[in-house]
Design a protein around this ligand. Structure first.
Ligand SMILES: Nc1nc2c(ncn2[C@@H]2O[C@H](COP(=O)(O)OP(=O)(O)OP(=O)(O)O)[C@@H](O)[C@H]2O)c(=O)[nH]1
Ligand SMILES: [Mg+2]
Length: 640
């Protein structure tokens, strides 16, 4: 029945060592925007895209996690083996393999190519980073290399427009000669057995010897790595100066988040307030106006204001990711992290969790030891994700004065403190999980250090743009919908006949108002009022929704109609300092994010761990908020 198969496009897989530019090449080939960064283990899942070749032919392209050999040791490396050998359920093996190699590190990269060549599949070698190789004076005889390997070799520059032209040309030639994917007549009898039984693996020594022989012919003179890289590493990886540098870098980032964001935030705030006023001035009083002003403008607009701060944070994270600094920081901290029982490998997953715990938890797939991986997953939600930023920024903006303390901005300092609180508690919890519960021991860190690179501007721009679009999707999707639902439950049922404003705001008669009053019983000991109690409920779905929800709840409880005014002055008058600090402490710990728990369920394949996680985080949140509330009250008592 080959007629049914003829429409299946041919499939090629991008395979290679970590950090050699597979994803950058994949993005060029397919127009995708998968994450590219300068450290090993960025891609942890297989991704599929479509490539349109000249002549109207379409080809499926698969991007894979990097791997050093065909002996996978981590979950992400196993993905590569499963895909290229067609062992994934319902997926055929690729028709051809593009082996991507880092031209500046052939000694390492060619081993995998030699192993791949033994599979007997059509193979093309993409000699990537050709620009860096050329700049370093590395002359590789491409034709000779092609003869030695017995397959076509092309030079590519995956970060340059059209840097994949030679690969495209080669693919057109190779794919035209290939039989149609999956058609039965292309499989000689017994071919399936052949796919499932691999050639005997070559020993490491044998591979090494063959690589050395090839290199002596095709690139006899290997120039030394730029000297400045070594000089830089002498400082960056220095046990004392390195840590000082790391602390300074992180600290400056938080300063910038506050000081650079003021102008754009004021502009957004102004636009949001103007919109609210305009609607108030142009619409008669009624439920629709209230929905727009109290629900949409006060709620959604309240979250939108924090976009500039999120972008500034990501600007720095992207710079760090592309420069090659991150794995070095991982080495610096390996010793410290080892003390609490985390592997240095946990550093990058944990750092990604500053953006969002979900990619962070997925990045733990690069950790081969299951206990190390589990401990890292368990503490990832304690790292301060970007959805907490609006909550922190709102409370800091309302309660911490904009004052200079020496060189530092007090608000930036407070924010830095909250991030540190997250990190320290993560370390404490990891220590508990690894040392007390699992009783497992330190395993040394093996990680490849990438060369320092000048951050790629296009990458940076795409990365920031991606953040804007993720944020706007959240604002327009889940946040908007939850605001409308919240507005509804906070408005209906309305107050009884004969009610006047003197009897308190109408919202107290609504469903949400009643729920808030009920929850207040639970939360009163930690200083939360009923408005906060209401906001915590939709805030379970996504943290920043709590900010929008407070906006809506206060907007609906306001006596006058200047409802869409900024939330910060309203809460700074209405709440005690102890309540504000207590809510901050709550947000450092509380698992206010259902998607994280869902991902933990998927990655650990059991309900046990997400339940343990939610339980311990809620307990910590309550205890921390309680302590913060009582201590602040006590101090205020002393002061007053
Ligand atoms: N100068 C230069 N840089 C490149 C080239 N290709 C990739 N890079 C950079 O190399 C780094 C790694 O690129 P990725 O595409 O993420 O590498 P990968 O092979 O997908 O890495 P993993 O997913 O971790 O296995 C990034 O910083 C890229 O910007 C190239 O041809 N020239
Ligand atoms: Mg990748």
């Amino acid at each position: 029945m080959s007629y049914a198969m003829t429409s299946t496009p041919k499939m090629i897989a991008l395979v290679g060592n970590p950090n050699c530019g597979k994803t950058a090449l994949f993005n060029l080939l397919t127009g995708a925007r998968q994450k590219v960064a300068n450290y090993a283990g960025v891609t942890v899942e297989r991704k599929i895209g479509t490539l349109h070749l000249g002549g109207g032919q379409t080809v499926s392209v698969v991007d894979l996690p990097g791997s050093y050999s065909m002996n996978p040791s981590t979950p992400d490396e196993r993905v590569m083996m499963e895909v290229i050998t067609g062992q994934r359920a319902g997926e055929a093996a690729p028709d051809a393999i593009v082996a991507v190699v880092d031209a500046t590190n052939l000694r390492m990269n060619l081993r995998l190519v030699l192993e791949l060549a033994r599979l007997g599949k059509p193979l093309i070698v993409a000699l990537n980073m050709a620009d860096v190789a050329r700049a370093n004076g590395l002359n590789i005889d491409v034709q000779l290399l092609s003869r030695e390997l017995g397959c076509p070799v092309v030079a590519t520059v995956a970060v340059k427009h059209n840097g994949h032209a030679s690969l495209l040309a080669q693919l057109e030639i190779q794919l035209a000669d290939l039989p149609v994917a999956g058609s039965p007549e292309t499989l000689p009898p017994g071919a399936l057995d052949e796919v499932n039984s691999f050639p005997e693996p070559l020993s490491a020594a044998e591979l090494q010897m063959r690589v050395r022989r090839i290199l002596s012919k095709v690139a006899p003179r290997v120039p030394k790595l730029a000297r400045f890289q070594y000089r830089l590493d002498a400082v960056v990886m220095h046990p004392v100066w390195g840590l000082v540098l790391l602390a300074t870098v992180l600290f400056l980032i938080f300063q910038a988040v506050f000081s650079w964001a003021t102008v754009p935030m004021d502009a957004i705030k102004f636009a949001v307030e103007a919109t609210g006023d305009w609607i108030n001035g142009h619409m008669g009083d009624g439920p629709l106006r209230s929905l727009l002003v109290d629900g949409v403008v006060a709620g959604v607009g309240g979250v939108l204001v924090f976009l500039p701060q999120i972008l500034i944070l990501f600007f720095f994270i992207l710079l760090l990711e592309d420069s090659g600094y991150l794995p070095r920081a991982a080495f610096l901290l390996d010793n410290l992290m080892g003390k609490v029982g985390l592997s240095g490998r946990a550093f990058i997953p944990l750092l990604s969790s500053f953006a969002c715990a979900i990619p962070g938890i997925m990045a733990t797939r690069t950790i081969s030891n299951w206990k190390d991986r589990l401990a890292t997953i368990m503490v990832a939600p304690l790292m301060t994700c970007s959805a907490r930023l609006p909550v922190y920024a709102l409370l800091i903006g309302a309660f911490v004065p904009a004052r200079q303390v020496g060189w530092f901005d007090l608000r930036g300092l407070t924010l830095f403190g909250l991030y540190i609180a997250g990190v320290i508690s993560a370390m404490a919890v990891a220590w508990f999980f690894k040392r007390v519960w699992m009783k497992s021991h330190y395993q040394p860190l093996m990680l490849e250090l990438p060369p320092y690179r000048k951050p790629n501007l296009r990458n940076l721009w795409l990365g920031l743009w991606e953040r804007v679009s993720i944020f706007m999707h959240r604002v327009g999707g889940i946040i908007f919908s939850l605001m409308v639902i919240l507005w509804f439950f906070s408005t209906f049922p309305g107050p009884p006949a004969g009610w006047t404003e003197a009897q308190g705001p109408a919202i107290q008669y609504s469903l949400a108002g009643m729920l808030g009053r009920a929850l207040e019983v639970v939360f009163a000991p930690i200083g939360f009022n009923w408005q906060i109690s209401i906001a915590l409920v939709p805030g379970l779905a996504a943290r920043e929704v709590a900010v929008g929800a407070l906006g809506t709840v206060y907007s609906l409880s306001a006596a006058d109609s200047n409802a869409a005014d900024s939330l910060a002055p309203v809460i700074s008058q209405g709440w005690s300092l102890a309540t504000a600090y207590s809510l901050l402490a709550w947000y450092v710990f509380a698992p206010q994010c259902l998607s994280t728990l869902a991902v933990v369920r998927r990655e650990t394949n059991s309900w046990k761990y997400p339940l343990i996680m939610a339980g311990y985080l809620f307990a910590l949140a309550y205890v921390a908020a309680f302590a913060t509330y009582r201590i602040t009250l006590a101090f205020q008592g002393l002061g007053g």
